[in-house]
Design a protein around this ligand. Structure first.
Ligand code: NAD
Ligand code: TYD
Length: 353
């Protein structure tokens, strides 16, 4: 249990997709907590995501890089954080294939810097908590239709992104074993929702449908992912942060498996309706392109442990979540235009054209 009333929480990566939902939730729901959002504001970090809460008295933004060891130690010394929710990461598989070292720097060395600084400040007290946010991609690929990733599944990462997250998970657990360091880890499936950077499947395809650009489906499109609405992930993080047990891992998933091509066709139909376009118009934008190297066939989470022990389950159906997500992008075209200007164009050119 982590219920200290006036705690100072460091949330890393709070200007990114999931982090911004977590920061907002903690700032608004826990006015007695002091929430510090540490973010380097890389291409994926955007303070516009937090405009609505930036003036709240219990919120502080710190711009900085978790790879910078002395900076990380300085802020722990200065702000005396009681707990950490660590989301900052390089998070896109395709980018990791082009530049694995950037992923080792942020995801492995950055995590190690935070562990070291927290250990120095806290020792091994159970009153503190280091909550490491991870992914189901550390488990590699499922082949059989019926099997699911459990907390006991052996790590078998395929991409440099997954390998870097696996490595950071191992470091966090090693601190638990070696130093009795107070950590908890969650491994979550694919998230979707507002503020998702349009390099990942769902927001990329929403943006391309809006602009009537081609929809680049990797390989034959018969890859399966388990999708969770981002707000449901934020709810799970809140629960695990407060009620999860030290040295435990919880898998989080949507109980919601979709083959890419089925999801894409569903999205096309939904957007044709919302944009008052002729039925089938967006589907005609689908283009099969070269497959991603090392592409994992299937991810699917067994989320029964968090369900049984902490009572969590997704609250939003995929139909509702996808509809809310599309509405958000249609209502926030300025956000999309801002994040797809500049370096995004170079990335897109290199990746797809
Ligand atoms: P994101 O790429 O949208 O955001 C990452 C944030 O981290 C950005 O704000 C970025 O500026 C910041 N950041 C990157 N490098 C940094 C550095 N060196 N120092 C400080 N800040 C830095 O990522 P996301 O999708 O919100 O994912 C957040 C976390 O959740 C990651 O750890 C990711 O592995 C994990 N996760 C993501 C998903 C998903 O579907 N998106 C699923 C499971 C787990
Ligand atoms: P992505 O959103 O990158 O998440 P992850 O690879 O971390 O699961 O991709 C989700 C699925 O969509 C994955 O099977 C790859 C596929 N995909 C495409 O077919 N085309 C694309 O342009 C992208 C970005 C992804």
């Amino acid at each position: 249990m982590n219920t200290r009333a006036n705690q100072r929480i460091l949330i890393t990566g709070g200007a990114g997709f999931i982090g911004s939902h977590v920061v907002r939730r903690f700032v608004l729901k826990y006015p007695n907590y002091k929430v510090y959002n540490l973010d380097a504001l890389t291409y994926a970090g955007n303070l516009e995501n937090l405009k609505d809460i930036e003036k709240e008295p219990n919120y502080t933004f710190i711009k900085g890089d978790i790879v910078d060891t002395s900076f990380v130690f300085e802020i722990f010394e200065k702000y005396q954080f009681d707990s950490v929710i660590h989301l900052a990461a390089e998070s896109h598989v395709d980018r990791s294939i082009e530049d694995p070292l950037a992923f080792v720097k942020t995801n492995v060395i950055g995590t190690l810097n935070l562990l070291q600084a927290a250990k120095k400040l806290w020792g091994n007290t159970v009153n503190n908590r280091f909550y490491h946010i991870s992914t189901d991609e550390v488990y590699g690929s499922l082949i059989e239709n019926k099997s699911l990733f459990t907390e006991e599944t052996a790590y078998d990462p395929s991409s440099p992104y997954a390998a870097s997250k696996a490595s950071s998970d191992h470091f966090v657990r090693s601190y638990g074993k070696t130093y009795d360091f107070p950590y908890v880890i969650t491994n979550c499936s694919n998230n979707y929702g507002p503020n998702h950077f349009p390099e990942k499947l769902i927001p990329l395809f929403i943006n391309n449908i809006i602009n009537k650009e081609t929809l680049p489906v990797y390989g034959d499109g018969n890859y399966t992912r388990d999708w969770l609405f981002v707000e449901d992930h934020a709810i799970a993080i809140d629960l695990v942060f407060h009620k999860g047990k030290n040295h435990e891992t919880y898998n989080i998933g949507g109980f919601n498996e979709w083959k890419n091509i089925d999801l894409i066709k569903t999205l096309c139909r939904l957007m044709d309706q919302k944009l008052y376009r002729e039925d089938g118009e967006s589907e005609r934008l689908i283009t099969y392109v070269k497959d991603r190297p090392g592409h994992d066939l299937r991810y699917a989470i067994d989320a029964n442990k968090i369900n049984k022990e902490l009572g969590w389950k997704p609250s939003v159906t995929f139909e509702e979540g996808l509809s809310k997500t599309v509405d958000w992008y249609l209502d926030n075209k300025d956000w999309l235009d801002n994040v797809t200007s500049g370096s995004y164009k170079e990335y897109y050119q290199k990746q797809y054209l």
